[in-house]
Design a protein around this ligand. Sequence first.
Ligand SMILES: [Zn+2]
Length: 352
Amino acid sequence: MFDKSTWIRLPRNVVVGHDVRSEVVDVVDDLHLQGRPLFVTSPTPREVAADPIAADFDAAGIDPAIVTIEQATFDAVERVIEVAEAEGVSYLIGIGGGKAIDIAKLASHHLGMGFCSVPTAASHDGIVSNRGSVPDGDSRHSVAAEPPLAVVADTGILADAPWDLTTAGCADIISNYTAVMDWRLAQRLKDVEYSEYAAALSEMTAEILVDNADLIRPGLEESAWVVTKALMSSGVAMSIAGSSRPASGAEHLFSHQLDRLAPGAALHGHQVGVGSIMTAYLHGGDRGIWRDIRDALASIDAPTTADELGIDEATVIESLTTCHEIRDRYTILGDGMNEEAAREVATKTGVI
Ligand SMILES: [Zn+2]
């Protein structure tokens, strides 16, 4: 008896390229979104993107409400919900880096409204995925939400973003290699649901990015193009899988634990990149692909050591030995590494 079913939720309009910022009004119109939007943004993205887009809406006879958030917190989500209700808006547009988009995603989910994503930095795959992540006390919570109805990624704006954010986005994609290894392992050992399509897409995305690493240089719109398309494709893999598995394995657990142990020390993508070097070693030993991952990260200027992350040895070891506890997700870390093993993998891979 065949009784499987799946529900794949994808953005309907994905618009990427030069000066597409000016097409947000058309994108919204194409989606038949009626009424007033609420723009959720943060200070710098407001200047470079939200204000000019607001002017386009004004010109089209639509008066957007705007809320500027400073920090990604649950309080900020609450505030956005209050403003949305007070202003009588009917959909949300997140305009910014990860923060503004995550907040808009979670608030719109709560409000039962649609939302669009206008990323101003190609820093992680959250710009298109259906997961929102917000710090909660001393940890980060990844919450199921809905994927954006549309993504409008202006390569001119993205190319002007701080270079670190772009290299973090690249590292987040390179980590797909180990995320997929963990997923396959979990399928074999724990019968976790697995999608061959999603896994293949996720790996191929990482491969294309690594093959194009030469094109990825500061200030180039072409780089923003390559990275953004890879982030989209990673997000699509997650949508097909119906989970973050294709792009999030033990290297993400490691990074989430670093967020708790050393908040704000390094960017998400940079942390998962370093995590990925070590978990690749755990999967394949010395003959595995850990060197390829390290070299790919180095070639795009992403950190490959604890030092470059600005995180000390003890914290790396603590994270490796405890991060399996933060989430019920089976990975190569199994039921946890002991300290000696953690020190060995971190030393052998040159992370510490
Ligand atoms: Zn990530």
